[in-house]
Design a binder for this molecule. Sequence first.
Ligand SMILES: [Zn+2]
Length: 381
Amino acid sequence: MAPTKVLAGARVVLPTGTVDDGRVSVDGTRIAATAPGSAETLDLSGHWLVPGFVDIHNHGGGGASFAGGTAEDVLQGVRTHRAHGTTTLVASAVTGDLDFLARHAGMLAELAQQGDIAGIHFEGPFISPCRKGAHDEQLLRDPDPAEVRKLIDAAHGQARMMTLATELPGGLDSVRLLAEHGVIAAVGHTDASYEQTLQAVDAGATVATHLFNAMPPLGHRAPGPITALLEDERVTVELINDGTHLHPATLRLAFHHAGRDRVAFITDAMDAAGFGDGRYMLGPMEVEVADGVARLVEGGSIAGSTLTLDRAFKRAVTVDGLPVEDVVAAISANPARLLGLDDRIGSLEPGKDADLVVLDAGFDLVGVMRRGEWVVDPQLD
Ligand SMILES: [Zn+2]
């Protein structure tokens, strides 16, 4: 049993607002309503205390892949992102051969059952060849509900989300099937029109996979999927805030239109996140990472990011100019709610898991606690 702790003196971002000189008590693995009896107190004055980050779209990190690696690779990636504040992570697969994806999902499902990851996101193979990004065109296929069902079953109850081009034949039926099974249907890598996108939302789609990226741009006579996904209040939009995928003004536009409750910051990270430049594989595709930007060796498409959510947080406040409370909503509370885990994570409230991030006054990460244990112990002087 971990010793009980009181974290005192920080600016604490609570669901009700920010409290200066706040206190958060931790008893075992949970946030406690009151300070436990014999608690050790840590002085966090001059710092921010925010909920642990929740990443619903992430392909790897620390040199290891969630899209093709072994169980040990996945754990290495999970540990890397945890050290950057991501206390809950959904592992994202990429387009691959259907039998491979089913086998891989079985391995990821075991890790999810052990609590190492919070489930599986299938990005592809049911996406549009027109908007394939870094996915292998040879392996793309139209959404077939029977094949969608095969992947859901292979994930043994741990499928959390599937990204698909809902305008393709079988797309809407696949969305309905996913919704029936409690799996988030996410519109992405799509060439859909505005009207087709609204049909997908009516059928049960609730997430926009990296809004703006891998979909038609917003046109004044062809508003396209971006407008539909921003407009419809049933949809949460993913944004990759790495400075490469989106201009800060574009990010602000999305944020202001969707409002703080309908944005989820994601990394879409690949193996180089928290690791370094070099050659990597993203599923079956070869990727070159230079200056922290990942691109396909063939064709040069952007191939995921090297982002970690602590950098996304800092950027959102210091470059994009968003309020800290809005950033906390987008990086913790909203993705936790999407996953149906908001009774346990996503905000600093008594009874929830003690998943916390400590940031200094300049929004650099100095501490991470997961389930009451320090992953990164704040070395404060
Ligand atoms: Zn992705």
